[in-house]
Design a protein around this ligand. Structure first.
Ligand SMILES: CC(C)(COP(=O)(O)OP(=O)(O)OC[C@H]1O[C@@H](n2cnc3c(N)ncnc32)[C@H](O)[C@@H]1O)[C@@H](O)C(=O)NCCC(=O)NCCS
Ligand SMILES: Nc1ncnc2c1ncn2[C@@H]1O[C@H](COP(=O)(O)OP(=O)(O)OP(=O)(O)O)[C@@H](O)[C@H]1O
Length: 203
């Protein structure tokens, strides 16, 4: 990622804890015409069938990949239970995501505003390189209900992943703008529209 500067697109870093609504809100920005870089989607492609990270992940975690790419459920069980293993996986995945991000920036050099949907924006230090930090946030109970409704999720896994992430309260404090997602989708979309107006006026 480039350093903040006066030239090139203004970069929005969108983040939020598990289930807070990053993907949903990123889609709203995209719908409003803002180019979106989706870090999770890049990871899924690189970990999918024939993906470029398969050899390195198979070497580090034998048996964790197959014809369908990475078995994410199995790998998740392994790495979310062991900090060293998670760090090893991040060491493989994060540099590759960084390269994709740099390419996205080049491809969109003429845009006024672009958005990076980065789940680990604070944890990975990316916050220092964007012009505007936007955090999606909802009350903890809403978050919990949403995440526990996902197939394969358990209260233990949810608590554990939460513990790996910068707390919501801290994210809200460090944000330039907070988008509330504990409200209706329409209200959230209205907040997104209003924010885009504010940010465009600053370009
Ligand atoms: C371990 C993997 C295979 C599990 O995949 P799975 O589809 O089961 O879960 P998913 O990716 O949807 O993640 C579930 C939740 O955990 C969070 N999470 C994922 N990786 C991490 C991490 N390294 N640290 C903290 N939270 C994480 C996600 O943001 C999400 O909220 C996958 O999460 C992965 O490859 N993670 C390492 C890469 C990474 O850091 N990705 C997130 C930022 S790009
Ligand atoms: N106002 C709202 N804003 C955003 N999401 C909402 C809202 N109301 C309900 N939701 C629902 O909450 C869920 C949020 O999930 P989403 O995948 O966007 O979160 P995420 O932060 O990307 O998750 P993860 O960190 O696990 O990848 C979706 O099912 C979405 O439809």
């Amino acid at each position: 990622m480039k350093d903040k500067s006066t030239s090139g697109p203004k970069m929005i870093g969108l983040t939020g804890s598990i289930g807070m609504g990053k993907s949903t809100v990123a889609a709203m920005f995209e719908h409003a015409g803002i180019p979106v870089f989706d870090a999770d989607a890049e990871v899924r492609t690189m970990q999918g069938p024939g993906g470029e990270l398969i050899p390195a992940i198979e070497a580090a975690f034998p048996g964790s990949t197959g014809p369908g790419g990475v078995d994410r459920d199995a790998l998740g069980k392994l790495v979310f239970a062991d900090k060293a293993k998670l760090a090893a996986l991040e060491g493989i995945v994060h540099p590759a995501v960084g390269q994709k991000r740099a390419q996205f920036l080049k491809d969109n050099a003429d845009e006024p505003l672009i958005l990076f949907d980065i789940p680990l924006l604070f944890e990975g230090g990316g916050h220092a390189h964007v012009d505007h930090i936007v955090v999606v946030s909802a009350p903890a109970l809403v978050q919990r209900e949403r995440v526990l409704a996902r197939p394969g999720m358990t209260p233990e896994k949810f608590e554990h992943i939460l513990g790996l992430q910068t707390p919501d309260q801290e994210k809200r404090e460090r944000a330039d703008h907070v988008i509330e997602t504990g409200v209706s989708l329409e209200e959230t979309e209205e907040q997104v529209r209003a924010l885009i107006e504010v940010l465009k006026a600053q370009v």
